[in-house]
Design a protein. Structure first.
Length: 141
């Protein structure tokens, strides 16, 4: 029930924005040479179950997140160099310190451990298998 209310709320906001002539960010797509590997990484990272999802074997395109701004993984057939230094993804989490422990247990190499930033967020930084920068952040109370 809450999930449906959230979806209705988001659709209302998006619809209103579109009526006002505003653009909305609908999706972030990560282009990769290996859709299955990168999609599995993000499902594990974001605690998204792939159980009963027939899309997990699709090596061209997979949708990871569908609520809010979507996250997809895509292979357009061109070779990628994986030198991604100009973009990063930031996910807000409940407790960045808990996530730090979980990611270390998953074997993910952490570039910057959790650190309180001047603007009040506590961030940590790591890379996905293709070298995309990812930040997890929380806002301590």
């Amino acid at each position: 029930m809450i999930k449906n209310k959230k979806k209705e709320y988001l659709l209302t906001i998006w619809y209103k924005a579109l009526l006002e002539g505003k653009m909305i960010l609908g999706e972030v797509s990560l282009d990769t040479n290996n859709v299955i590997k990168l999609a599995e990484f993000y499902r594990n990272l974001l605690n998204i179950s792939a159980k009963n999802d027939p899309e997990v074997t699709n090596d061209i395109h997979q949708t990871i997140l569908t609520e809010g701004t979507g996250l997809t993984v895509y292979n357009n057939g061109e070779i990628k160099n994986n030198n991604n230094n100009n973009i990063s993804l930031a996910f807000t989490v409940n407790d960045v310190d808990d996530e730090y422990i979980r990611l270390k247990e998953m074997g993910i190499k952490i570039i910057d451990p959790p650190k309180l930033q001047p603007w009040g967020a506590k961030n940590m930084r790591f890379l996905d298998p293709d070298g995309n920068q990812i930040y997890f952040r929380s806002f301590p109370k």
